[in-house]
Design a protein around this ligand. Structure first.
Ligand code: UN1
Length: 495
């Protein structure tokens, strides 16, 4: 029997009468993981009302006390790390080391944000007038919507939830449908930690219904969205109608530049992890390898030799290198791109769905490498799967030109031993994140995360800047002169 879960509204798990349901499945086996309520606009309305009701008291709760709640949540998640990590792997398909990493990233960030409860700094700034004091304070925004993807089913929700909570907001959380079970677990952690009723609400269901209702509702002041570009643009445009703050984290087409002086062994490990970790389903995944011609043939030979040793299979087996892709939908899209690649580029490795035996039960695709010219669709569009486009270049300048000539700008990387070139790359690469001698994935939570161009609309998550998304700045002027003082206007009215 598939276990059934409800919505979490106003501090209680509820199943609305006549609720329609959907199930999530394990992408390695197609076994059912859980059954969830397809939330309606009405459910969203109730969740927003609960969040609105809970807001004044949560706002009034001292931020360090809100931090205590986060620490408790982090503590509980730590105790259950292995169980929740396995759940991530079962429902999303990433290998178990990465399932555990997903949970660890949640723990790290919740702890980090707990500390932010004793900072939430404002500024004090001198006044142009005597006996006057000027300062800023941070205030929560109110009810915020967190709309999250399936590829980091605990970490990305927690990036948003922990930052929103410490800032004093109340939340309606709408997770990706195919990782709804993980979302339930995220909410349970906060529930067990004692989050007051209404402060965190969960409405599962489709983007078309639940997401739309959140975006349309005037009571939701801020929307934090991570997902695809098309949906993100739609959320942004429609959110703009209500003059909402919309924070977007969208796609990537992240390059690794491999220069002729690179440590090739180091780069091999990095490219394998960056391109095929999480089956390439990270916004930060290495999807382009831009290689200097002097090391091109050698590196590709070594890369394909390493892939021959790579096992694709059961993600719960610690020896597996790469698990399935996350869903039938993902499999279809990736195979479509592979078909495009076969038309426009040279297939160097893989390029097929894995079949036979246990593979037939899940969504398994070979790690795939294309050799391509810059400018093909596979070299410019986000694939979000285990497909690496390799591009040959003749110089550093050409490498940077190619790296930058895409619509996205999330992560980027260069392998070189030349310190001057490394620092130049730091300046030259158009991306929110640049790695030197490391792959494009694996950002740490205490640093800002986000990108330029179509990767977003200028905001950053993680790091202490994460609170900017979820706070308003209030400017306060305290005049203790006991008389009317006029800024900008001379005392004697003179010129
Ligand atoms: C994402 O894929 O949207 O930097 C997030 C990384 C992870 C987060 C990725 N820490 O690869």
């Amino acid at each position: 029997m598939t276990e059934e879960f409800g919505l979490f509204i106003g501090g209680a798990w509820t199943v609305p009468p006549n609720a329609r349901r959907f199930e999530t499945i394990n992408p390695a086996t197609r076994e059912s993981v859980g059954s969830f309520v397809s939330g309606t606009a009405d459910d969203v309305g109730r969740a927003i009302a609960a969040a609105e009701k809970a807001f004044p008291d949560w706002k009034a709760t001292p931020a360090p006390k809100r931090g205590d709640l986060l620490l408790e949540a982090a503590h509980r998640l730590k105790e259950r790390k292995s169980e929740v990590g396995r759940l991530v792997t079962r429902e999303m398909g990433k290998v178990i080391a990465e399932g555990l990493g997903d949970v660890q990233e949640s723990i790290d960030f919740i702890e980090y944000m707990a500390g932010e409860g004793r900072r939430l700094f404002g500024e004090t700034v001198p006044s142009e007038l005597r006996s006057k004091f000027c300062l800023t304070v941070r205030q929560p925004k109110g009810v915020v919507a967190c709309i999250t993807p399936w590829n980091f089913p605990t970490a990305i929700p927690n990036w948003k939830i922990a930052a929103a909570l410490i800032s004093g907001n109340t939340i309606v959380f709408k997770p990706a449908s195919n990782t709804a079970r993980c979302a339930v677990e995220v909410v349970r952690i906060y529930e067990e930690a004692g989050v007051p009723p209404g402060v965190l609400n969960l409405v599962t269901g489709s983007g078309g219904v639940v997401g739309n209702a959140l975006v349309a509702d005037p009571r939701v002041r801020t929307i934090s969205f991570t997902g695809g570009v098309e949906t993100g643009r739609d959320v942004y445009v429609r959110g703009a109608q209500g003059l909402k703050m919309v924070h977007l984290e969208l796609g990537g087409k992240n390059p690794v530049i491999l220069m002729e002086d690179a440590d090739l062994g180091l780069a091999l490990d990095g490219v394998l992890f960056g391109a095929f970790g999480t089956s390439g389903q990270r916004c930060t995944a290495t999807s382009r390898l831009i290689v200097h011609e002097a090391v091109y043939d050698e590196f590709l030979d070594r890369l394909t030799a390493r892939l021959d040793q790579f096992t694709v299979g059961d993600p719960l087996d610690p020896k597996t290198g790469m698990g399935p892709v996350a869903s039938a939908d993902q499999e279809r899209k990736i195979l479509e791109y592979i078909a495009v690649g076969k038309q426009e580029a040279r297939l160097r490795y893989g390029g097929a769905k894995l079949t036979g035996g246990a593979y037939d039960r899940g969504f398994f695709i070979q790690p795939t490498i294309f050799e391509t010219k810059h400018g093909t669709r596979i070299s410019k569009e986000e694939i979000f799967g285990p497909v690496l486009s390799v591009i040959r270049v003749g110089s550093y300048d050409e490498a940077v030109r190619v790296a930058n000539d895409v619509d996205f700008g999330l992560s980027s990387s260069i392998y070189t031993r030349d310190v001057n070139r490394a620092f130049r790359a730091m300046d030259d690469l158009e991306a929110g994140i640049t790695y030197i001698n490391a792959p494009t994935i694996g950002a740490e939570v205490q640093l800002p995360f986000g990108g330029v161009k179509n990767t977003g609309n200028g905001g950053r998550e993680a790091g202490s800047v994460a609170i900017e998304e979820f706070t308003e700045i209030k400017t306060v002027f305290v005049d203790f002169s006991s008389r009317l003082q006029k800024a900008q206007i001379e005392e004697d009215g003179g010129e």
